[in-house]
Design a protein around this ligand. Structure first.
Ligand code: NAD
Length: 500
C-alpha cells in the first residue's frame, strides 16, 4: 500500500494526533506551543507539524522513565519482558504499511529500501535482543579462603537505569530501535530524541508501545533539536544514567562534554570516511556492483558508505569507466516511481554537500560524472535531489578526501601495492568501515587485519550479523554495540561474593 502524505496524516497517525506529531511522556501524547516543520525532501512540502519538547517536558520524560524503573517494569520477569518486546515487533509488522509510509514521507527514500531494510530491521531489533537476553550466560567463580571454607562469587546484571537515546535521520527507525531494543531488553527505561528531520516513526513506535501494553514511562519520546533544545536538555539531565548516541562526530563531542558532568557511560556511533579497496584480481563485475551500492545507497547517507575508493592501477581506468556508467544509470526520483535513489534529507544538507562539490573543483578534482542538482521540470525541483558524483585526481590531503560529506559521492585514487593501499586507507581520522575486493583469500585476510576500523568486509558491503560487535575507532565512535556487546553496555554487573 502506498500512501500520499495527506493519506499518511489522515490514516496512519491515530485520530487524536491531528496533524501534529506529539511527544510521548508518561503514557500521554503531549503537544507544545512550539511547533516545527517536518518537511518532505521529495518536493519540499510539509509532512507534519512537530511539537518541540521544552525543558519541563524533557524533565517530565526523564522523571517518568525513572519512576517506571521502580514500578511494574522494574519487577517484571525476563520472560514477560521479552514477550512484550516480541509483541512490539509483531505490532510493527502488523502496522508495516504505516511505518513504511511514515519513513518514506520523512526521508523520500525508495520504497524498496524502506520495505526491505528500514522497517523489517526495526522489528527484528526487538526480537533479536529479546531472544538474546534469555540466553545470556552467567558467571560464577569459586575461590579458596584461608579458613578452608571457600567463597563463591557470582555476577548479576542489573539495568543501568534511564537511558537517553539520541538518534539521526539516515536510518531513523532502524538505528533508534538498535538502541531502544537492547536497552529495554536489559530492563532499562528510555527517553528517545529522534532527529528533528525524521520524527514520524518514533511517534508511531510510541503508539505501538501503548497498544501492546508496555508499562507507562518505559518508552518516552521527546521531539526537538540539539543545542538549546530537547537533545541538549536530555543528555545533560542529571537523572539520565547513560547516553547512547548515533550521529556526527562533532555532535558526539558536544554530548560527551554534557555526559562528563555526571560521569555517564556513553556509547557513540559516529561519522566515517570509509575506504573501498579494489585489487586487480577482484571479480570485476562484483566489485563494480558492490561499490555502486557502497557509494550511492540511500543517496550516500549511510555512515558505512565508501567515500574513498582505491583501485589498483592496472584496472583503474576500466573501473572508473564502469562506475561512471553505473552511476549515470541510477534512477533518481520519487519513492513511488520505483527509483533507485531518492533525495538528500533536506535542503540544508544539500547546501553542505554542494559546498563540497564546489570545493572539490577548487581543490583540483577531475569531475567524472555528476556534480549538479538534477532538473526534473516538476515538483521534484522543490526537493533536495542531487546527482551521483564521482571525482578523480585529488591529492590525498584534500579536504574532500579527508572530511565526511555524507552524500552520493566518492573520490577514486589509483594504488600500486598492498602496502601502499593499507597506508592510504588508514590515513584518516575516522575508522568505521572498509570494503575489500579481491579473489586472493590470504591477501584479503592479511589486509583486513590491518584496517583501522570497526568492521571490514571482504567481497561485500553492509552485510551485518547482528550478534557481532559494531562501532568505530578514532573519530568514528566509542564502544561497541551488537549482540552481547549491547547487553553489556546497557547493564551494570554486580558481583556478589558469598563467603561460606
Ligand atoms: P547529528 O549529529 O547532526 O544529529 C544526530 C542527533 O543528535 C539528532 O537527533 C540531533 O537533534 C541530536 N543533536 C544534535 N546536537 C546535539 C546536542 N548538542 N546535544 C544533544 N543532541 C544533539 O547527525 P545527523 O546529521 O542526524 O546524522 C548523520 C551523521 O550520523 C553522519 O555523521 C553519520 O556518519 C552519522 N551516523 C553514524 C552511524 C554509525 O553507526 N557510526 C550511523 C548512522 C549515522
Amino acid at each position: 500500500m502506498m500512501l500520499s502524505k495527506k493519506q499518511y496524516l489522515e490514516t496512519v497517525l491515530t485520530a487524536d494526533q491531528d496533524t501534529i506529531l506529539k511527544n510521548y511522556v508518561a503514557g500521554e501524547f503531549i503537544t507544545s506551543d512550539n511547533l516545527f516543520d517536518d518537511i518532505n525532501p521529495v518536493d519540499g512540502t510539509l509532512v507534519a507539524k512537530v511539537a518541540e519538547a521544552d525543558h519541563d517536558l524533557v524533565n517530565k520524560a526523564v522523571q517518568s522513565a525513572k519512576s517506571a524503573l521502580k514500578g511494574e517494569w522494574g519487577s517484571i520477569d525476563v520472560k514477560k519482558r521479552c514477550a512484550l518486546l516480541h509483541a512490539v515487533a509483531d505490532e510493527i509488522d502488523r502496522r508495516f504499511d504505516d511505518f513504511v509510509a511514515a519513513e518514506v514521507a520523512d526521508t523520500g527514500k525508495a520504497y524498496s529500501q524502506v520495505k526491505n531494510i528500514d522497517i523489517p530491521r526495526g522489528a527484528a531489533n526487538f526480537r533479536i535482543f529479546a531472544d538474546l537476553i534469555k540466553t545470556r550466560p552467567t558467571q560464577t567463580f569459586e575461590m579458596e579462603t584461608p579458613d578452608g571454607k571457600g567463597a563463591t562469587s557470582y555476577v548479576v546484571n542489573k539495568p543501568i537505569g534511564v537511558v537517553a537515546v539520541v538518534s539521526p535521520w539516515n536510518l531513523p527507525l532502524l538505528l533508534m530501535t538498535w538502541k531502544v531494543a537492547p536497552a529495554l531488553a536489559s530492563g532499562n527505561t528510555v527517553v528517545v530524541k529522534p532527529s528533528e528531520e525524521t520524527p514520524s516513526t518514533a511517534t508511531l513506535l510510541a503508539e505501538v508501545m501503548e497498544t501492546v501494553g508496555i508499562p507507562i514511562g518505559v518508552y518516552n519520546l521527546v521531539h526537538g533539536f540539539g543545542p538549546g533544545s530537547a537533545g541538549e536538555f536530555l543528555v545533560g539531565h542529571k537523572d539520565v544514567d547513560c547516553v547512547t548516541f548515533t550521529g556526527e562526530t562533532k555532535t558526539g563531542t558536544a554530548i560527551m562534554k554534557s555526559a562528563a558532568e555526571g560521569l555517564k557511560p556513553i556509547s557513540f556511533e559516529l561519522g566515517g570516511k570509509n575506504a573501498a579497496i579494489i585489487f586487480e584480481d577482484a571479480d570485476f563485475d562484483a566489485a563494480v556492483s558492490g561499490t555502486v551500492r557502497s557509494v550511492f545507497a540511500n543517496c550516500g547517507q549511510v555512515c558505512l558508505c565508501s567515500e574513498r575508493v582505491y583501485v589498483q592501477r592496472p584496472i583503474f581506468d576500466k573501473f572508473v569507466d564502469a562506475l561512471k556508467e553505473k552511476a549515470e544509470n541510477i534512477k533518481i526520483g520519487k519513492p513511488e516511481d520505483g527509483s533507485d535513489m531518492g533525495p538528500l534529507i533536506s535542503a540544508k544538507h544539500r547546501v553542505k554537500v554542494l559546498s563540497y562539490f564546489s570545493l572539490a573543483l577548487e581543490e583540483g578534482a577531475t569531475l567524472v560524472t555528476g556534480g549538479k542538482i538534477p532538473s526534473f521540470g516538476d515538483e521534484r525541483d522543490n526537493g533536495s535531489f542531487i546527482e551521483p558524483t564521482i571525482w578523480t585526481g585529488l591529492a590525498e590531503d584534500a579536504r574532500c578526501v579527508k572530511e565526511e560529506i555524507f552524500g552520493p559521492v566518492c573520490h577514486i585514487t589509483p594504488f600500486d601495492t598492498e602496502e601502499d593501499v593499507v597506508e592510504l586507507a588508514n590515513d584518516t581520522n575516522y575508522g568505521l568501515a572498509a570494503a575489500l575486493w579481491t579473489t586472493d583469500a590470504n591477501k584479503a585476510d592479511r589486509v583486513a587485519r590491518q584496517m583501522e576500523v570497526g568492521i571490514c568486509w571482504i567481497n561485500d558491503w553492509f552485510l551485518r550479523d547482528l550478534r557481532t560487535p559494531f562501532g568505530g575507532v578514532k573519530l568514528s565512535g566509542i564502544g561497541r554495540e551488537g549482540g552481547m556487546h549491547s547487553l553489556d553496555f546497557y547493564s551494570e554487573p554486580l558481583t556478589i561474593c558469598n563467603k561460606r
